[in-house]
Design a protein around this ligand. Structure first.
Ligand code: PMV
Length: 325
């Protein structure tokens, strides 16, 4: 039996739209930060005595919807690497599942590593990233620690669509505070939300026309260790993604009233002199970028806001790895 651990990641430049829905090929490249505090641990064993995959998620048999996704992924691994037998899988998140905290990213990255390592395969990070992408696009980035860029690629078969490491977490002093407003699974998946946006939003072309420039500028801010530019670009990119979604027909809105209240609090705190920037994924929770020295003051302010259930302070996290028994 093998145990693998992969950490969740939050995109600073978002993946929003697919050019191929089955292969999870994106319409734009994206860039993320892997988080130390949020992770999935997956135990896996390939067995000849099972007549089907046995999938435990957070200590209980996986619900139909999640089990189907995992089985589909395991079928792919069986097919791609010529494996026989079924898998016994026991996967646990140390944070709420499916609530916009990127559990599919850490989950499929851990599963890709566990399923291949348990079969005795040693994949390169690029190969693992390409495989994890088939479970969930953002999982391609959770193979790496620190900052990772998922290049959209050109080929129709997805061979050049995988993530690469951009910078070690330790090279850019940064914290990300997750403001948990809601820990229940979201009503509309990111996958459905992004496809609906791409199909119906008249603003989607504006997203596509500007996102690669955002990525270039963010890369420059990283290289120059420029926190203020990094924060501005990331916040702008996230709000642009949500504006694009809001202009879909019918509208896609992942926010709750508390989401807006937290965003406005961040703008107020920033105007008062503490540099901090928001990013929001396909759910109501807000993630806040801040420099280490200001983390404690900001954490206390955010914790006191109405509707805030929890705040989780994250530093840059490690690459996906095997856990020794
Ligand atoms: O990987 P998915 O299908 O869960 O999509 C992730 C979409 C966003 O979280 C909104 C953006 C991103 O790049 O992670």
């Amino acid at each position: 039996m093998i145990e693998a651990q992969a950490h969740s990641n939050i995109a600073l430049i978002k993946y929003w739209g697919k050019r191929d829905q089955t292969l999870h090929l994106p319409t734009n490249s994206s860039l993320s930060l892997t988080l130390d505090a949020l992770y999935t641990r997956t135990q896996l064993e390939w067995r000849s005595d099972l007549s089907a995959d046995h999938i435990l998620l957070n200590g209980a048999l996986a619900a139909e919807r999640q089990a189907v996704k995992v089985q589909r992924f395991l079928n792919l691994v069986r097919e791609q690497y010529g494996l026989n037998g079924f898998a016994w899988v026991n996967s646990t998140n140390n944070f709420p599942t499916g609530a916009g905290l990127a559990s599919s990213a850490s989950g499929f990255a851990a599963l890709a590593l566990a399923a291949t390592a348990a079969a005795g395969l040693e994949l390169s990070p690029e190969e693992l990233s390409r495989l994890a992408r088939r479970g969930s696009g953002s999982a391609s980035r959770s193979i790496y620690g620190g900052f990772a860029q998922w290049n959209k690629g050109q080929h129709a078969d997805g061979r050049d669509s995988y993530a690469v490491s951009v910078m070690d977490g330790g090279d850019f002093p940064l914290r990300l505070i997750v403001v948990v407003l809601e820990s229940r699974p979201k009503a509309l998946s990111s996958s459905d939300g992004m496809c609906h946006t791409a199909n119906t939003s008249p603003l989607y072309s504006g997203w596509l026309n500007s996102v690669e420039a955002d990525l270039r500028q963010l890369r420059r801010a990283l290289a120059e260790h420029d926190f203020l530019s990094l924060g501005q670009i990331a916040e702008h990119n996230a709000l642009k993604m949500h504006a694009t979604a809001l202009a879909s027909q019918p509208a896609v809105l992942y926010w709750q009233p508390e989401t807006l209240a937290v965003l406005q609090a961040i703008w107020r705190i920033r105007a008062e002199g503490l540099p901090c920037y928001a990013t929001i994924d396909a759910g109501p929770n807000v993630k806040v970028l801040v420099q280490p020295a200001h983390t404690e003051a900001l954490r206390a302010e955010l914790r006191a806001l109405p509707g805030v259930q929890d705040v989780i302070v994250c530093a840059p996290g490690p690459a996906a790895h095997l856990v020794s028994a």
